[in-house]
Write a protein that binds this ligand. Structure first.
Ligand SMILES: [Zn+2]
Length: 385
């Protein structure tokens, strides 16, 4: 299992410049590689593989010093990117384009060619032949039981980001005693089968709108507009960072407290068709949340399953009857006597489905959860997966 640690790189001015140089060389190589593929096809009617191009790279590096000075693996990353663009073209169409060196912003290093100069807690200093020294500090402690597989360096408008991909050994499963089902909603961000909720994310739009307006008022190409764009980018970055930190905290907490997690499979695309819901859903960043939760659960040895949520809000979690209700009805009231918050009822249904997907069963149907009158089916210690 691979987990990426994203962080900001500390670079000197000279380091920035050097990185720009590598971006330029990368774009040059990409374009030359693309041209060579087109040329070869025109002359012989045959394509060139990634391996053919790696061989060519060896020749290029023997002749041109600026390419020789940089680790070959850095440039193989460029050729692999070209190869992927070709494969995409054959599957989906869209012929690969020549790249402007100004727009090239990424270095992908997929094989070990780095030296680790220093490693301490959240801090890491790396050296790759031909690249500037890269110093990073991650938000989370770097893992000690995992193997660094790949490094990606990306230049963003305001900073240079480094993603470290660590490969973890797959942990063994364990018996569960504290399972949870999670319902992702519109009025509440999350509702869990034990009745806990996480409130909706509120974005301060006023500030964004003001900054956006300030950009559109300024003349195109002017210095002032450039400044205003930078301010807007900063605000977005701030909001994004805040959200990411929050999601990390939230998912860690959930994984720490439970040993079995059932969440819904979301068909975001279909739901995004509904324009009223679209903005709201995107803001809740469901996809990111679920991916992060999955990642953390996996590395902690906590089993997580995704289930089809269809009908979970209509089904009674106590007797299984269908109780029709539209979005405005917030309570689930069933003839069997169960009366509880509709989202908690849905979360319990999700948990039940998750347990059966995982091949487990509920052995005792007692206990109270959710609210006073609602008798939930699941109690710690009664579920075996
Ligand atoms: Zn019922």
């Amino acid at each position: 299992m691979i987990r990426a640690y994203k962080c900001r790189a500390k670079l000197s001015a000279a380091g920035h410049e050097r990185l720009g140089e590598i971006f330029r060389l990368s774009a040059e190589l990409y374009n030359a590689g693309l041209e060579s593929r087109i040329d070869c096809y025109r002359k012989t009617g045959e394509g060139r593989s990634y391996y053919d191009q790696c061989k060519e790279l060896t020749k290029v590096r023997a002749e041109l010093r600026e390419f020789e000075e940089v680790s070959a693996i850095v440039f193989r990353g460029v050729l692999s990117r070209l190869d992927k663009a070709y494969k995409r073209f054959f599957r989906y169409g869209g012929f690969p384009r020549f790249k402007s060196s100004k727009r090239w912003r990424t270095i992908e290093i997929n094989d070990q060619c780095w030296r680790i100069l220093k490693r301490e807690g959240q801090k890491l200093i790396l050296k790759v032949k031909g690249l500037p020294r890269i110093e990073v500090k991650t938000e989370r402690e770097l893992p000690s039981n995992a193997f660094l597989r790949a490094i990606r360096i990306t230049r963003k408008p305001l900073r240079t980001e480094v993603a470290l991909s660590y490969e973890f050994p797959t942990p063994e499963g364990k018996p569960v005693s504290n399972p949870v089902g999670i319902d992702m909603g519109i009025s509440k961000r999350l509702t869990m089968s034990d009745g806990k909720t996480v409130e909706k994310r509120e974005i301060d739009r006023k500030r964004l709108i003001r900054l956006q307006r300030s950009v559109s008022r300024k003349k195109k190409g002017s210095n002032n507009r450039r400044k205003a764009v930078l301010l807007l980018a900063k605000e977005w970055q701030r909001l994004t960072d805040k959200e990411r930190n929050y999601l990390h905290r939230l998912t860690s907490e959930i994984v720490k407290m439970h040993d079995f997690i059932a969440a819904e499979k979301l068909e975001t695309k279909k739901m995004l068709g509904n324009r009223q819901l679209a903005r709201s859903i995107q803001e809740q960043t469901w996809g990111k949340f679920a991916a992060l939760l999955n990642e953390k659960a996996e590395s902690a040895g906590v089993k997580m399953v995704r289930v089809d949520p269809k009908g979970t809000s209509q089904e009674c979690s106590s007797c299984g009857a269908t109780v029709k209700k539209n979005l405005s009805v917030r309570m689930h009231k069933c003839d069997c006597g169960l009366e509880m918050d509709r989202d908690v009822n849905a979360a319990i249904n999700i948990l039940h489905r998750g347990i059966s997907v995982a091949g487990g069963k509920i052995t005792r149907m007692v206990g109270r959860m959710g609210n006073k009158r609602g008798a939930a089916l699941v109690r710690p210690g009664t579920v075996y997966v």
